[in-house]
Design a protein around this ligand. Structure first.
Ligand SMILES: Cc1ncc(COP(=O)(O)O)c(C=O)c1O
Length: 423
């Protein structure tokens, strides 16, 4: 650190310099985040000093957090949203870590009960690790979950629409399974797993089912009823669903960092053996059961403000914009002889530009075109990992002109590629 500080003007000039190297989201079709809604930004500024980790000092923020959880449980079809529990997190990763942490606590609590009851023999196999069943399409945050919590990830197969095959998930369950994961809007394709069937499996095996709706949670419930996937179910009306993660900082249009983690009710948290819950001697609360300590109340205020301001109607309009753009994108793709790898269920389109090539060659070509789109034309686009396809996320900041522009530039690159390979 410098001995003497800089003036306010000097600092602002430096900040401008640094911000010039950051994106303003123009030409970004790779990110699941977007420009936040102005009301979220205003609320964030107003509550900039608030620490929701010490809720007695910030009772207003605590009240807003409670209302955000209740509103979320409500639009996720909870029959009694006042009994849902949860809190805001920094995003999907933290929510997934916490949800699985609770699964592990619950599993160990049951083991403990069985060990104390001499009439019951423990079903847990000491020789094997605890395991979690999840779709092959699960977000990479689950790798962190596995590493942090020492849990084996068992990946269930997916169908041609990139949805998990419930039978495959069920076949992976054994006595060391701590729970199941379903995804509403997977990262690569946007597909929603058949959560109704996963819910039945969870109930049959008495296992918790956590839904990762980090992206799709603010999309699926707001799809126009004419859309094929508008009725996709993933909420608390499915009795097997025990928790849901959903991110305001993605399609919720709030400020980063903001994830919401909602549990069906307090009983699921199994507080007697909760390994997150600790006493908090010098705070205004008696206990803290969140992974992080000091937490940004400003993020709570921003999520509260934008959800209240938009309402369901506002989110429907937002999703309608993105879906119209997705339709337009597909039409323009078809004009250049390309089509989506699978029918887009929401505002993510994947495109196979290397049909007929073997997997390795397809991966190479996809990566080459992806990087040229950036280097020659400034477009940020990503490639899927599961299969070699280009991936475009049609977020609210993307315009029709951008959608047209990226496809025109893609055509130029593909034409160049064809002419250089034929010469
Ligand atoms: C389905 C899904 N889950 C979890 C995450 C992780 O979210 P975050 O980056 O906010 O931690 C993502 C991120 O894109 C995601 O798409």
């Amino acid at each position: 650190m410098d001995e003497k500080g800089l003036s306010e003007e000097e600092i602002l000039a430096e900040l401008s310099f640094f911000s010039e190297s950051d994106t303003n989201f123009r030409k970004v079709l790779s990110s699941m985040c977007t420009v936040p809604h102005p009301i979220a930004v205003m609320a964030y500024h107003q509550f900039i000093h608030s620490n929701i980790g010490d809720p007695g000092l910030f009772q207003g923020t605590a009240e807003m957090e409670r209302k955000v959880i209740e509103a979320t449980a409500d639009f996720l079809n909870h029959s009694d949203s006042a009994t849902a529990v949860g809190h805001l997190t920094s995003g999907g990763t933290e929510s997934n870590i916490e949800a699985v942490f609770h699964m592990k606590n619950r599993f160990m609590a049951f083991q403990n009960q069985d060990d104390q009851d001499d009439s019951k023999s423990s079903k847990f196999s000491e020789s094997n690790k605890m395991n979690l069943i999840l779709p092959k399409t699960a977000h990479f945050s689950f790798k962190k979950v596995a590493n942090l919590l020492d849990v084996e990830l068992r990946k269930a197969d997916i169908d041609s629409q990139s949805r998990v095959i419930p039978k495959s998930a069920a076949s992976l369950i054994d006595e060391n399974t701590i729970g199941l994961i379903g995804i509403a809007g997977n990262t690569e394709f946007g597909a929603c797993d058949p959560i109704e069937e996963l819910s039945e499996i969870a109930l049959k095996h008495q296992l918790p089912l956590h839904i990762d709706a980090a992206f799709g949670g603010f999309v699926y419930p707001f799809l126009d009823s004419s859309r094929a996937c508008s009725g996709a179910k993933f909420g608390f009306d499915l009795q097997g669903v025990t928790s849901v993660s959903i991110d305001p900082h993605k399609m919720g249009l709030s400020v980063i960092p903001a994830g919401i983690l909602v549990f069906r009710d307090e009983s699921f948290l199994d507080l007697s053996l909760d390994k997150i819950k600790v006493k908090t001697p010098y705070l205004t609360s008696k206990y803290q059961s969140t992974l992080t300590g000091t937490r940004p109340g400003a993020a709570v205020a921003a999520a509260y403000a934008v959800m209240k301001h938009l309402g369901k109607d506002g989110y429907r309009k937002n999703v309608a914009y993105c879906m119209d753009l997705t339709d337009y994108f597909q039409t323009e793709l078809e004009k250049i002889g390309l089509k989506p790898y699978s029918e887009p269920q929401i505002n993510i389109v994947t495109v196979d530009i290397a049909a007929g090539l073997n997997k390795e060659a397809a991966r190479e070509k996809t990566e080459k075109i992806r990087s040229q789109l950036f280097e020659k034309y400034g477009w940020n686009v990503s490639a899927a990992k599961t299969i070699p396809v280009l991936r475009f996320v049609l977020m609210p900041h993307v315009t029709k002109e951008d959608a047209f522009g990226v496809i025109s530039d893609l055509k130029k690159l593909l034409d160049d590629e064809t002419s250089s390979s034929s010469s």
